[in-house]
Design a protein around this ligand. Structure first.
Ligand code: GRF
Length: 203
């Protein structure tokens, strides 16, 4: 399945997806990486893997929807059928979500529905939870909502800094995202009409 990945930064999750796609028999192929920021590490990773890249700067558009529609037509022109947001730091407009619903995934560094939004690791440390993790989910109009495909947990250790927790969670993210991509790309699971997961019978 042809996949487009949206990024804004270092792209360690993109790397995990690229690594999954390079395995023999992988069900997905990354055909395009779009960044809203130039010069980020994720673009270098894509180039190193021989994947076409595009920079579409949100600052060059008058509205969120115009920016999103530029992304939409670029994805379409590349033949993308599934979009993975991987550290893409822009909120997608309802219009874009409607166009890609059920074919639009995100990874978030907490066990949703806990700690949506920003400063996620700070939220977890302030709440005093002893376990955190990551969630891969279908994107809906509401931020960090949507049916959860895969979650992985990590411990929160005494004295953890935000950075230590972030690094531990990223290790889990790099396992969870390829797992979720595999599930969707093989058709093992899809988003049902009611927004919940629809599993194929053998799962
Ligand atoms: C990850 O923690 C992801 O969950 C969040 O942004 C971060 C992106 O990291 N949405 P990277 O660019 O994949 O290294």
């Amino acid at each position: 399945m042809p996949v487009g990945v949206l990024i804004s930064g270092s792209g360690t999750n993109l790397q995990a997806l690229l690594d999954y796609c390079s395995k023999p028999g992988a069900a997905a192929k990354i055909v395009l990486v779009i960044s809203n920021k130039p010069g980020v590490g994720g673009l270098t990773r894509a180039e190193a893997a021989g994947v076409p890249t595009r920079v579409i700067r949100h600052t060059e558009f008058g509205s969120r929807e115009e920016f999103d529609l530029a992304i939409h037509s670029t994805l379409q022109a590349a033949g993308v059928q599934l979009v993975c947001c991987a550290g893409f730091m822009r909120i997608l407009s309802p219009r874009f979500v409607q166009l890609w619903r059920g074919r639009l995934l995100n990874i978030h560094p907490s066990l949703l529905p806990l700690f949506p939004g920003l400063h996620v690791h700070r939220q977890a440390l302030q709440a005093g939870v002893r376990v955190s993790g990551c969630s891969v989910h279908f994107i809906e109009e509401e931020v960090d909502a949507g049916a959860i495909l895969v979650q992985r947990t990590v411990p929160v250790l005494a004295g953890d800094t935000e950075q230590q927790l972030e690094e531990r969670i990223k290790t889990a993210e790099h396992v969870a995202y390829p797992e979720a991509l595999h599930l969707v790309a093989t058709g093992a699971v899809a988003r049902g009409q009611d927004g919940r997961l629809l599993w194929q019978e053998s799962h």
